[in-house]
Design a protein around this ligand. Sequence first.
Ligand SMILES: [Zn+2]
Length: 834
Amino acid sequence: MPSLTRAEAAERAATIDVESYEIDLDLTDPAGSFLSRTTVRFTATPGSSTFADLEPAELVAATLNGSPIDPATLADKRLPLTGLAAANELVVEARMRYSNDCEGLHRYVDPSDKRTYLYANLFLDAARKVFACFDQPDLKAPYTLRVTAAPEWTVAANGEVARSADGRWEFVQTAPLATYFVSLLAGPYHVARDEHAGLPLAIYARQSLAEHLDAEAAELFEITKQCLDRYAELFEIPYPFGHYQQAFVPEFNAGAMENPGLVTFRDEFIYESAVTDSERAMRANVIAHEMAHMWFGDLVTMTWWDDLWLNESFAEYMGSRITAEATRFSGAWTSFAVGRKSWGLRADQRPSTHPVAPSRVDDTELALLNFDGISYAKGACVLKQLVAFLGDEAFLSGVNAHFGAHRFGNATLADLLDALTTASGRDLSAWAEAWLRTAQVNVLRTEVSLADDGTYAEVAVVQTAHEQYPVLRPHRLALGVYDRAADGTVGRRELIEVDLPAGVERTVLPELTGAPAADLLLLNDGDLGYAKIRLDDASLANVPMMLPLLGDSLARAVIWSAIIDAVKDGERPVAELVTLVLAALPMETEVVVVEDVLAMTRNLVDRYATPETRPAALELLAQACDRLLTVAEAGGSQQLAAARALIASTVDTARIRGWLSDEGAPEGLAVDAELRWLILYRLVKLGAAAEAEIEAEYARDRTATGERFSLRCRAALPTAEAKAAAWHKIIADADGTSARMAEAAAAGFWQPEQTALTDPYVARYFAEMPEMFRVRGGIGAEVISISLYPSFAVAESTRDLAAGLLAEPDLNATLRRTVIDSDDDMRKALLARG
Ligand SMILES: [Zn+2]
């Protein structure tokens, strides 16, 4: 499959300029496809040639400047256009396929009421699956969309509705958009409307979610307005796209997509069961993230995919910042520190690590490969460092100048750095080289020596680098000095600003020489820095006592992250972490810290503990959850988080089975649809519930969520038949099983308790995954390949199979990356077990 190269895109951009698109879609065709008629007007170098992108089921007809184009010339999803005039009109009529992998025009039938829903998601290069186009980010143009749909349907698009009657919809022409931002939804969607300072707002979801959407609408609109107001304070250009619609759509393959005027989100964000406050905070963060893209990405678009990271780093940084500054979720940076950031750190330490800003991305397939924890989370950390270096005023002034200079156009990293340099008066080239152009992460360690009288003789911060990436970066962060008072309380004596110069290994902190030794020196207090943090020995020894007493949740998050990172590296045993969780976590008050620490510990127990030591570790985790349940407020987030984690760790099947019939459940805990599924999933894994119970639960909860849970439960059944059926759906049934359904089955397939049963599938993974990538594509295939990796088959023989697959020269690039990274995780697990 040809993927557009950087060189081809540059050549096409030099040849043509797109003036406008008119797209007319007929969604009433009963044949299971839709009709697409596109008129593209563009100028060109007279006499030149180029091509349009198009992936139809059938190309019906095409004309260029009135002359027919032979449909047979369409090859490799490209329609050649020759003999171009100065001004051109291309008209293409085609029959197109619906998708079931969220790339193109996705079609979904709701299991609860059999209603059909459509939405378009054209990221990264799926526009050609909906209309004929010049699909690259720097050929922006205004769009006029017309749609014919069933009369009872609602249709929405980037632009506002110009007129609609009897199923015929026409939308006002949009501002210039990149092809990958064109979007629409069509179906019997439920809608809630509002407005803010004259800006029309709308929220969409399926009919079967109407009651839940109505329950959530007040919070969703409130967050939206708070974020809009905050962006209006920070950015000089007002929101540029006419109206702000947010659609919660089924089977979405990411968190959300920033289509101008019509943001699409996964509809798991319209909650059907109880959720924790941290889940609400994460949803607010996604709303703020997508809104940041309206300026960064949508108004000013990257010239080529080289700078995709910049879109995402900026939106990720702004997402946490605006959530913390403008909404009730003021702990957004704690959530970032304990969750998103560890995603970035993990990606950065893998063999596949790459610089935040790749020097060049040669084609669209490689662009998708960089769409990872480095582009999002590490990039956001690097921007945090940038703001610390420049100061907020200079940062925002540079960003605003950048928006002003390139509004509705395209720009590159160099353009942004120029604007920031002008705004701050500081040369950023050395900083950019160290932080953006080199991969991997530094380790920062506090080193302490004491004088005879117990004061500090010297405190230093030592920076080291990975041997393959020997760069010592400039860091600006802080060190917290904490003491425990006689009454048992803990206070911060001092917060010392630490500036580590580039290239310097050891930096002494003179402020502390002669100062009384503290109980805890917390390097990177406040989490401004991006590095692996290691505490001095005395501080580390005091962690179990100090951790629960620290009042600042961000400080606790930094400590938990450092401890977990050391376990991941094999420097400390997983048993020590489990002991710390039992001692310190039950006192934790920030729910996201509870959730993420339990999840990360659980993941390490499943892979790093041996079959002999794992049961005891799980028992301690279950005890920690029980202690949390004892102290948690009835009906609160902490209680829900503890209950979910307890269900996932306990082997006391009678106890959690009782909860299904309301026996013995903690007071105030709503055993709702989701909790029931989590209990059933655990029972199934342990062999304590069979298929009939899954069937009965799905009859009780016949929703999209219920369907996914039932697939996951079925895949987790400890029988050879269940494993064979799940495997078939995931690998071979791409038409009948959507990407999201396959993902649900993949999530339940491997279980640490079932290794004997699943052993034959270890070799099959490596043998059959290349075929899965031929029948499924894009993000869906990537997610499945990661989730289906035999991570619990921790053995040298699994590594040998991985090496065998990696030796294949023509291996799909995405699959290659999954195997390299997952194999590296296994190498670490073997070391930890060894
Ligand atoms: Zn984004």
